[in-house]
Design a protein around this ligand. Structure first.
Ligand code: DQA
Length: 142
């Protein structure tokens, strides 16, 4: 089984981006840990990042086209704005697990609305890089 891990804008800067909020792990560190964990469970991950909303839409559609078992999605800032990403989640049959390093509900009010949550199977937030691992464990069980 293959699991897509899709990351949105500014997550390429993890490690140096507001480390007091997002931690010091880089996105490559997170990808490495997830890869190990997936392999140990006999699965593989396809890990991607883009700063462009439409790429995330294309990749959600691709997850369905290639028969991915699940998608882990940290849509970053687009979480709180993107009807197009929500529509893509709803358009596919692949379960989507929402991931955030921080807990958006403990932050500014504009982060309290998540379009992604309206289509996601579950949300894993507030555990730093570990949020991805918790989401992977859940995705491996679907
Ligand atoms: C984030 C939370 C979002 O509110 C923010 O825009 C991000 C990162 C997180 O992983 O904590 O870019 O998705």
């Amino acid at each position: 089984p293959i699991i897509f891990v899709l990351n949105g804008p500014n997550l390429n800067l993890l490690g140096t981006r507001e480390p007091e909020i997002y931690g010091t792990d880089t996105l490559d560190d997170i990808a490495g840990h997830l890869d190990d964990r997936a392999r140990a469970a006999g699965a593989s991950i396809d890990f991607r990042q883009s700063n462009h909303e439409g790429h995330l839409v294309d990749w959600l559609q691709e997850a369905q086209a290639v028969g991915a078992k699940a998608v882990l999605l940290n849509a970053a800032g687009y979480t709180h704005t993107s009807v197009a990403i929500l529509d893509a989640i709803k358009a596919i049959n692949v379960p989507v697990f929402e991931v955030h390093l921080s807990d958006p509900h403990k932050r500014e009010a504009f982060r309290h609305l998540s379009y992604v949550s309206m289509g996601a199977k579950a949300v894993f937030a507030g555990h730093g890089a570990k949020s991805y691992e918790l989401a992977l464990d859940a995705a491996l069980q679907v």
